[in-house]
Design a protein around this ligand. Structure first.
Ligand code: PLP
Length: 386
């Protein structure tokens, strides 16, 4: 019997491989960090989002051990049944206080939080306005909402404004990455808020990469955004926070709306409470993390000075831990990435469709867990390849 669908799938996979677009998973042994064992090789890693080095921090490990003895492993049920543990609750309270919003809600992942927010706040008769470079989960969430979906070119607020002005929709929502994950630049938060106010829209800010790093760890929200009822803030907790999950902070009614209606919240088992206990410790470390953020700033400066004259690629304009080195063609980016491995350096290539065609890049990410010597090693290796 022929199985045509399987054959077509295999042909599609072969085509990806021919286009240098095949994705492969690297195998990590031991803990995440600046120095890791990947595919059996000890390397310095410049690709994790563990910007503060908290993923394997002794204080978080101790918090996990302590929580494990108190609450076991599994949550056992969804939040609205019997899975809402005091650790989850305490983290939400602590996060809302830290970030300066009235209420907060913990999700199992950022992907799910994004599905939840966009489907609850904007229905089929609404319209979502999104930056073209937003994270894929926000694109999927907008589609799932059934709302009209309008995208504006990256950070082009004049285009956004004309889209808003032309919209007949009752419920409008502007959504933007706060710190763009592949470019490292920061969204113009107050200008977006001006537009949201002028056109009576929600403003949803996905700060997956800024939380813990920007603004004493409080992330990229401005004071005005913090105080505004129309601003909804997302932090993901598997990046700088070093754990797992995501948390939405907003007006209490927005949070209540999510608890009542968000399917990615209601119809899923709560994350293990021990993770929430780790998050409480992570929040303490972030609050007291000035030294980590200072180390990060110093690495960013060292990297940018070191790579300024490089010919094989151009650093994008970023003063965040995301330092993309744009190379151009997929195959060239892959070649540079592979050439770094024998130097003991792990910097994967980011290709289409994650980034626009012709802008394949090394997405170099820096962490407080790096040393100045680690950064110097990468700078030197890239100059050797130049
Ligand atoms: C990583 C990321 C997410 C998804 O968060 P997870 O917790 O990893 O599911 C959402 N938005 C942005 C901008 C991200 O970078």
């Amino acid at each position: 019997m022929s199985f045509a669908a399987l054959t077509r799938l295999q042909q599609g996979l072969a085509a990806l491989k021919a286009d240098h677009l095949e994705r492969r998973r690297l195998l990590l042994d031991g803990a995440q960090g600046a120095h890791v064992t990947i595919d059996g090789q000890r390397v310095v890693s410049f690709c994790s989002n563990d910007y503060l080095g908290l993923a394997a921090d002794p204080a978080l490990i101790a918090a996990a051990h302590a929580a494990l003895d108190q609450c076991g492993v599994g949550a056992g049920a969804a939040h609205l049944i019997s899975g809402h543990h005091r650790f989850h609750h305490d983290f939400e309270t602590a996060f809302a206080r830290f970030i300066g919003k009235p209420a907060a809600l913990l999700f199992s992942t950022g992907y799910m939080a994004n599905l939840a927010v966009l489907t609850v706040l904007v229905g089929r008769h609404g319209e979502i306005f999104a930056d073209k470079l937003n994270h894929a989960s926000l694109v999927d969430a907008a589609r799932l909402s059934g709302a009209r979906f309008s995208r504006y070119p990256h950070a082009e607020l004049a285009r956004l404004e004309s889209q808003l002005a032309a919209s007949p929709a009752q419920d409008k929502l502007i959504v933007s990455d706060l710190l763009f994950s592949m470019d490292g630049d920061v969204a113009p938060v107050d200008a977006l808020l001006d537009l949201a106010e002028r056109h009576d829209a929600w403003l949803y800010l996905d700060d997956a990469h800024g939380f813990g790093v920007l603004n004493e760890g409080r992330g990229g929200m401005s004071g005005r955004a913090r105080a505004s009822d129309r601003v909804i803030y997302l932090a993901t907790l598997g990046k700088a926070a070093g754990v797992s999950g995501a948390v939405v902070a907003a007006h209490a009614s927005a949070i209540d709306g999510l608890i009542q209606k968000a399917r990615p919240y209601i119809y899923t088992t709560a994350a293990p409470p021990l993770l929430a206990a780790c998050l409480l410790e992570s929040l303490r470390q972030i609050e007291a993390g000035a030294a980590r953020r200072e180390r990060l700033r110093s690495h960013i400066g060292q990297m940018r000075r070191g790579l300024a004259g490089l010919a094989l690629g151009k650093l994008m304009d970023s003063d965040t831990p995301i330092q993309p080195l744009v190379i151009g063609a997929n195959a060239d980016a892959v070649r540079v990435s592979q050439a770094l491995l024998p130097h003991g350096l792990l910097v994967p290539a980011i290709r289409t469709p994650t980034v626009p065609a012709g802008t394949a890049r090394l997405r170099i990410t820096l962490s407080a867990a790096h040393s100045a010597a680690d950064v110097a090693q990468l700078v030197e290796a890239l100059h050797d390849l130049d």
